[in-house]
Design a protein around this ligand. Structure first.
Ligand code: ZN
Length: 196
């Protein structure tokens, strides 16, 4: 497989993480929030895979700072969210409280590790790093692993990666967004009725 196809698959997987973050964001969005609410949510969901830069520079693949290590942990998600909120949303007049924003960016970042834990290959996820570098997968792993950090693979594999991400990440994300839109409409209608 060519480097271009590898690159495309890595981008597709990054997109899948961003789609999941956007779906989570649909439940947390409040009027008055700027576009960076979405952009930063997507960035938080993608950034854990920056660990491959360290691996390329010589960090051992399965070490604490290796692939799916500290950057995929819940602690990393908590700290990243705690940095994003005051830096990008300080003194903003919105209906979204800092705690609500923190929870969104935490979930957007943590969703990356959870989705990786649904994949059928690669190293497990160090959810509890830096306290514990044990690697975990979920019991159910329907998502075909994307080629990050894995060398030999074939175009048929690439297609299966995209297919499984569409089925197990994009489709549930769209369903979740549709559900939040429906719930918001119902809540809005109920509030309007109560004010009549
Ligand atoms: Zn990852």
């Amino acid at each position: 497989m060519t480097a271009a196809v590898t690159w495309f698959l890595e981008m597709a997987s990054a997109f899948s993480h961003a789609v999941a973050a956007a779906a989570i964001g649909s439940a947390f969005y409040r009027r008055g929030l700027p576009a960076r609410f979405w952009v930063l949510g997507a960035a938080c969901a993608i950034v854990p895979d920056a660990d491959v830069i360290g691996v390329a520079l010589g960090v051992p693949f399965r070490s604490l700072l290796g692939h799916r290590g500290l950057s995929h942990s819940l602690a990393f998600a908590a700290v990243l969210a705690a940095l994003v909120v005051p830096v990008f949303f300080a003194r903003m007049r919105t209906e979204a409280s800092p705690a609500r924003l923190w929870l969104y960016f935490f979930l957007a970042t943590a969703s990356h590790g959870v989705l990786d834990a649904l994949t059928n290959g690669g190293p497990g996820i160090a959810f509890f790093a830096p306290f514990d570098n044990a690697r975990y997968f979920l019991r159910w792993r329907p998502v075909v692993v994307s080629p990050i950090g894995i060398r030999p693979f074939f175009s048929a594999w690439g297609l299966r990666v995209i297919e499984s991400e569409l089925l197990w990440i994009w489709l549930p994300s769209l369903m979740f967004v549709a559900m939040t839109i429906l719930v918001r409409k119902r809540l809005g209608a109920a509030v309007a009725r109560s004010q009549m």
